[in-house]
Design a protein around this ligand. Structure first.
Ligand code: ZN
Length: 67
């Protein structure tokens, strides 16, 4: 499983942990899945952004080809 960082003590916590094993602070339920979903959303947004940029603004390779 993925290892995460505690926001309180910056120790390593597992995605299944309900509380931090280092400082004992309670972790919100599904804290890992929420974070991963956020990451996926940002990744999809970035891919879509790049796709539309290439459609609307085709890259100009002239500085690299010299023509
Ligand atoms: Zn902690």
């Amino acid at each position: 499983m993925s290892t995460l960082l505690c926001k309180h003590c910056a120790g390593n916590i597992e995605a299944e942990d309900s509380s931090c094993p280092h400082c004992g602070i309670p972790l919100p339920p599904h804290h890992a899945t929420q974070k991963q979903r956020h990451f996926v959303l940002w990744f999809v947004a970035l891919v879509l952004f790049c796709f539309f940029m290439m459609v609307w603004l085709p890259p100009d390779w002239s500085p690299f080809t010299g023509r």
